[in-house]
Design a protein around this ligand. Sequence first.
Ligand code: CA
Length: 221
Amino acid sequence: MRILLVEDDPILGNGIEVGLKQAGFAVDWAQDGRSAQLALETTAYELVVLDLGLPRVTGMDLLRQLRTRGSDVPVLVLTARDTVRDRVAGLDAGADDYLVKPFDLAELVARIRALSRRAHGRSVDAIRYRDLVLVPDSLTVTRGAETITLSGRECAILTDLLEHRGTALSRARLEESLYGWNEEVESNAVEVHIHNLRRKLGNELIKTIRGVGYLIPRDTG
Ligand code: CA
């Protein structure tokens, strides 16, 4: 899952970027409102973490522009101003959730996961498919009494395919959700992760659609 982080404070921004990457997200970090606008125009993000007090274009203006354009990307607002008025204004402008600084990184990660679940219509953090139960928070898949552990990137790919079941996702599309701006993409990384997922979960689950990408079929049973 690819996240745009918009935060002008270098120390806080760096801390959040590192923390979110450790949690298995791909993160692009924009340090002012204008860079954030450009990023949003060129990249499809699954979630935006948005500071309100920003140079060049304020977080509130960015949020309004995003919603005016009809984007429904989940936005989690970070604000230092813990007043009811600011929070209400943020939610009115189209924020989905907010955190007041200073906050705990674990809480930010938990809220990001909750927003992502809501965006995909799930209320609990487990994805069921046939005899499999994927729990992204713990990087595990259970099948009956068996528990299979995944790497962060294997888990990200499997979550993506399960959330878009019935749709083939291209290698480029999967790479985009795995890597942020400053990360080198190894040329066959997606194939390697798919290979490992098949080794762990069996060859039947993920189909290769030649020339298109990878697919988990819609569950018909
Ligand atoms: Ca700020």
